[in-house]
Design a protein around this ligand. Structure first.
Ligand code: NDP
Length: 501
């Protein structure tokens, strides 16, 4: 059997570079003559302080790691292009959406809560972030494999993630804290049901859909807004793993998804997704019974049908993981002309927190790293650590009389009227939060899928050791559908009986 490409990278590199003869140098390009021995005083004496190559090697080694991303730490990426097949230019002036246009893209898939060393196949939402390297700058669509999310106010984000990360004392994942937080914030129930349903563990990154999740806007040539949502549906078809298969694979190959993606692309089995949009006018948004800017809700297809736009194709693996994946930085704040944000407040929180996270991890000039660097940059930002594009002799203040970059027309939306009183408006649970979750349970899942959802839920919340939390969880799912709640109660009872507790 032919070995998988992921097991032959070094032999292939050797074959390509067999005629190359390079000498070892220090970081400053000075020849290193003895790479395998430090300078010592005699055969058995101590090391001398002036062995600069040794000093440099050890110092560099100590600095090899970046801080782990606080969420989406474990991931894989690939490169390719987005091609527009259907015309939507009446809604947006974005050059990315010109009919027939091909825009280079980077896509990073990830899992949300797991740390860098965690297994790919655990139950967790999956990140699906796309960077479009366009002539108008980088547009980042930083989504997930679910069209919804747990919470809608960004102030809750650190609390949500703390509840899913290890317990601060035991450093172990803890179901008490996971279920406690989520059952006290029941707007999370729709996302929880997606997460514990069959699609919670995709067979691979190639076999899952992606969603921009938030509500965004398109801006047309008259600067008018149309709200939109992005869906990217897998052309490989949806395939999932059962929890038992996923657990087996987690033990055998924790990097299963990364390997699958790499091998598929090296074998020229290029994965693709069809991009669709849903559209809604500002007038329509005012008439909806649900909040169209609430990320815990979808826009029903019967009201806002999917409109096909084009195809995302991945046909190139990273040439170096650290340079092109660890340093790949996405932010929803990277929005190019013709596309815009919306009143979705979780999106607004992410506009602030993502660039801040990159400045912390990668330094203030992270956008200058080749993998993040847009085709052209000209502005008045200067200096800072690791600056490599400091714009030469161009003036560093604006306005100026010395041919510095000038203000150019940009397709922002028309000024918008915003009214209201500034204050804290709690986004706690309302009756509305159970409606779409109920439709998901009763109309989208068939009876066997409902059964599997219940089994998956019980398998984790039976580990909750606090009775109040357990009752809150059961109440939350009963609020979605009484039969659902009763089934969970019964399955929990049986499961605990079997375990003798
Ligand atoms: P539709 O019947 O028009 O569409 C159903 C949607 O559900 C499709 O996008 C379908 O994706 C997806 N789906 C099918 N099976 C599953 C599953 N096992 N897990 C997750 N998603 C699945 O429904 P509506 O638009 O009226 O929405 C009804 C409910 O469907 C919503 O309350 C929501 O829970 C769920 N849903 C809705 C989406 C939306 O954007 N409107 C997106 C995803 C889910 P596929 O293309 O694979 O068939």
């Amino acid at each position: 059997m032919k070995p998988l490409p992921s097991t032959t990278q070094l032999p292939r590199w050797k074959e390509k570079n067999k005629d190359q003869k390079k000498c070892i140098t220090t970081a400053e390009g000075i020849l290193v003559t003895h790479p395998t021995s430090s300078i010592t005083v005699g055969q058995h004496g101590p090391i001398v302080l002036y062995d600069s190559n040794l000093n440099e090697s050890l110092a560099q080694f100590n600095r090899e790691r970046l801080p782990e991303r606080v969420v989406h730490a474990k991931g894989s990426a690939a490169f390719g292009h987005f091609e527009v097949t259907n015309d939507i230019t009446k809604y947006t002036t974005s050059k990315i959406f010109e009919l027939g246009k091909k825009t280079p893209i980077a896509v990073r898939f990830s899992r949300v809560a797991g740390s860098l060393g965690s297994a790919d196949t655990d139950m967790d939402p999956r990140g699906f972030a796309i960077k479009f390297y366009s002539e108008e700058g980088n547009w980042d669509l930083v989504g997930n494999n679910t069209p919804i999310f747990f919470i809608r106010d960004p102030i809750l984000f650190p609390q949500l993630i703390h509840s899913q990360k290890p317990n601060p004392v035991t450093n172990l994942r803890e179901w008490n804290q996971f279920w406690d937080f989520l059952s006290l914030r029941q707007e999370s129930v729709h996302q929880l049901m997606f997460l514990f349903s069959d699609r919670g563990i995709p067979q691979s990154y190639r076999h899952m859909h992606g969603y921009g999740s938030h509500t965004f806007s398109f801006v047309d040539k008259d600067q008018k807004l149309t709200y939109c949502k992005f869906h990217y549906k897998t052309d490989q078809g949806i395939k999932n793993l059962s929890p038992a298969e996923a657990q087996r694979i987690a033990g055998e190959d924790p990097n299963y998804y990364g390997r699958d993606l790499y091998d598929a692309i090296e074998n020229k089995n290029y994965p693709s997704w069809t991009l669709y949009v849903q559209l809604m006018t500002p007038e329509q948004a005012k008439t909806k019974s649900y909040d169209p800017f609430d990320i815990t809700k979808v826009w029903p297809h019967s009201e806002q049908p999917l409109i096909k736009v084009g195809r995302l194709l991945l046909n190139k693996n990273p040439s170096n993981y650290f340079a092109e994946v660890e340093q790949l930085a996405f932010s929803p704040s990277n929005i190019t002309p013709g596309i815009w944000i919306s009143p979705d407040r979780l999106l607004q929180g992410r506009l602030i927190s993502y660039p801040d996270a990159h400045r912390y991890r990668l330094g203030t000039n992270y956008a200058q790293l080749p993998i993040n660097c847009p085709f052209k940059v000209s502005n008045y930002q200067r200096d800072g650590a690791s600056n490599v594009i400091n714009q030469g002799g161009a003036p560093n203040y604006y306005p100026n009389s010395f041919s510095g970059p000038i203000e150019c027309p940009h397709n922002y939306p028309l000024p918008q009227q915003i009214e209201g009183k500034a204050g804290h408006y709690d986004t706690g649970t309302t009756e509305d939060d159970y409606k779409q979750a109920n439709i998901f349970y009763n109309k989208i899942l068939d009876a066997p899928a409902r059964g599997r959802l219940e089994d998956n839920l019980v398998s984790t919340f039976k580990k909750v050791t606090n009775e109040k939390v357990k009752n809150n969880v059961l109440q939350m799912f009963s609020n979605v559908d009484q039969t659902f709640g009763n089934n969970l109660k019964e399955k929990l009872r049986k499961s605990l009986m079997q375990e003798g507790s």
